[in-house]
Write a protein that binds this ligand. Sequence first.
Ligand code: 2HA
Ligand code: ZN
Length: 267
Amino acid sequence: MIKDNKLIASEISHIAEVASMLWSKGWAERNGGNISVDLTDCLTPRELRTKPVKAGIVLPIPMPALEGHVFYVTGTGRRMRDVAREPWENGALIKIANDGLSYDILGINPVMPTSELASHLLIDSSLISAGRPMRVVLHTHPTDLIGLTHCKELLDSRKLSLLLWSMIPECRIIVPKGIGIVPYVAPGTIELARATITLLENHDVIIWEKHGILAVGDDIIECFDAIDTLSKAAQIYFSARAAGFEAEGMTNEQLQELALLFKLPSF
Ligand code: 2HA
Ligand code: ZN
């Protein structure tokens, strides 16, 4: 049974832990947000041959780079608070077919994957093709960060990254490539996926205007930490404003000093 695989069980427990934090942070209203993790390397050859509960679901776009890959994905319409309690009942294990044209659902329940599946898979596929595979795609709806995207002036990647970095030194260190911004596009669309992929060339965290945030990485806890740190910076910015003053922010020299000290990419 795949459920008994220790590596898989550990990955699933981290997914459940993050789902729980997304809910308790208030970033996951109703079915807001979604998670996918590439678990291919955790499965034995025998487990990879598990009989599907549903087979041949056609992908919107061929994904040859993902042939044979197995992902855990949260289910469409499922709540993060339920993923946290019962990750297997509220998510699916999917396996991309060898022609990259369709996928099968393995595992226990025929839960249909998230509405953002095309985004997740296109992102994974393009990162593999670009030679920097990432196992995790995490999308959620942090109130404060989404709030910032309602301010036209801040819809500029450099400006927003500098603003958030300057609120707290950790932000510059934990999110060293800053944040990319996708101007508003309807959720669940290929257009949103494509715009995100372009920005992932230079960033690991992307904000979708008036919608949410997406982080890629190899470790789901670290993806969460990056978003959490950005959210903390946004909260500092807003709490200063709520107290009636503009946060001073660290100076460019102070940010530069951090870049040198921690050998961070320049911006
Ligand atoms: O999963 O967050 O973007 C629901 C969403 C869609
Ligand atoms: Zn969303």
